[in-house]
Design a protein around this ligand. Structure first.
Ligand code: FAD
Ligand code: GLY
Length: 388
């Protein structure tokens, strides 16, 4: 399945009909020497990575985030870089898999460059993933998942329970079947968010928190800047919309919020309980290098609801502890909910909008951390060397 072809932007595939205020913006949005070449809306991993890449080119970049940087889905994410484990059936699933594999290949160099640029050691891990089944029904379903991935030419192996428990002794003896995906990686999304912010600032980008964008502005057929929630306007040469689950407020882009609840657990004894990511019906456990574990996640269609519920946490713990009983000994460090930017076919919306100088970078659904490197490159390519 691996392809060395670079991923190409298909502008006609960008499903947006942009809503822009056309009124008197040329008069109000006078460009000056301070006018940024590019305004980025949204300070999650997608906006931050785009800002970093554009600033590296010498462009004047300003990023506007209405909360704090990483205050959306990005800080809540588990951090799996899992194109093969998350592979889906159908044509859109294949396209997403190719994009995900492309981005996964970029991750080692991307993480090394980011570590260097931010001065913060990389928290990329390449320990692989185990998909596991606890009963006969789940084992039958897992056999189908295995066959699907084998047909796609992905690197997968069927493991007997004893083989899986040799790799991960914390797995329950009742385990029925496991599938190994040795090539899969993971990263701590908080490291990613913080390192991107440092690297983008060091490259010259201005990152502003607590600034909400309420609309896009245009002059003739070009984007001219944005309107802020306080009624003022900011001019810019180009605008990148990376507003995650909230992107549809800025244009007719088919993005909706898909809620995910997740827990951050900590082993007081330090790392070692699990090495690999473990995925099971109803969730996953993602080990960090320091003895922390992300236990996620629900997938809920509840609009812009970011509350955490007892029932969801109970469900996650019940599923996880049936497969890794020692999970119940871990300390609960944090519980959180985030809104994934979902699209009708789960493909992200990345590329030029209906107006010159407008670029969409949203809709990354369950794979925004995985797709960060490739998305930043696509955004930079969409804007050209001069940022226009
Ligand atoms: P966000 O991180 O949501 O950032 C968007 C930002 O835009 C927000 O900070 C928001 O405040 C800001 N914003 C919105 N509107 C405006 C406005 N009008 N003006 C100014 N600012 C605005 N992906 C993976 O690859 N691997 C995983 O393991 C994984 N696990 C996940 C687990 C959970 C529980 C969840 C919820 C998601 C997970 N994801 C995972 C998905 C991933 O988190 C998202 O795809 C990714 O974070 C999207 O990044 P983003 O920058 O587009 O959005
Ligand atoms: N990719 C994991 C999640 O979205 O929960």
């Amino acid at each position: 399945m691996a392809t060395s072809e670079p991923w190409r932007i298909d502008a006609t595939g960008v499903r947006t009909r942009d809503v822009l205020e056309r009124d008197d913006c040329p008069a109000k949005l006078m460009a000056s020497a301070e006018t940024p070449d590019v305004l980025v809306v949204g300070g999650g991993v997608i906006g931050l990575a785009a800002a970093w890449r554009l600033a590296q080119r010498g462009l004047r970049v300003t990023l506007l985030e209405r909360r704090e940087l990483g205050g959306g889905a990005s800080r809540v994410a588990a951090g799996m870089l899992a194109p093969a484990a998350e592979a889906e059936f159908g044509a859109a699933g294949k396209r997403l898999l190719q994009l995900g594999l492309e981005s996964a290949r970029k991750w080692p160099a991307f993480a090394a460059e980011l570590a260097e640029a931010s001065g913060s050691p990389s928290r990329l891990r390449a320990e692989g993933t185990l998909m596991v089944a606890r009963d006969r029904d789940e084992a039958e379903a897992l056999e189908r998942e295995l066959a699907f991935r084998q047909d796609l030419g992905l690197e997968v192996a069927r493991l007997r329970p004893s083989e899986a428990r040799q790799l991960e002794p914390a797995l329950a003896p009742t385990l029925r079947l496991a599938v190994s995906l040795p090539g899969e990686q993971s990263v701590d999304p908080r490291w990613l968010t913080e390192a991107l912010a440092v690297a983008a600032r060091r490259a010259g980008a201005v990152l502003r928190e607590g600034v909400a964008v309420s609309g896009l502005r245009c002059a003739s057929e070009r984007v001219a800047g944005v309107t802020l929630a306080d009624g003022s306007s900011l001019a810019a040469g180009s605008v990148v919309v990376a507003a995650g689950a909230w992107s549809a407020a800025l244009g007719e882009v088919a993005v909706r919020p898909v809620k995910g609840q997740i827990m951050l657990l900590r082993d007081p004894a330090g790392p070692g309980l699990l090495k690999r990511v473990v995925r099971f019906e109803g969730g996953y456990l993602v080990p960090r290098a320091d003895g922390r574990y992300a236990l996620g996640a629900t997938v809920e269609e509840r609009g812009f609801d970011e509350t955490v519920t007892a029932g969801a946490l109970h469900g996650l713990l019940r599923h996880a502890s049936e497969l890794v009983p020692a999970v119940l000994e871990l300390e609960v460090e944090e519980v959180a909910a985030g809104l994934r930017p979902g699209t009708p076919d789960n493909m992200p919306v990345v590329g030029p909008g209906a107006f010159e100088g407008l670029v969409w970078a949203t809709g990354h659904y369950r794979n925004g951390i995985l797709l960060t490197p490739v998305t930043a490159e696509l955004v930079a390519a969409a804007l050209g060397q001069d940022g226009r």
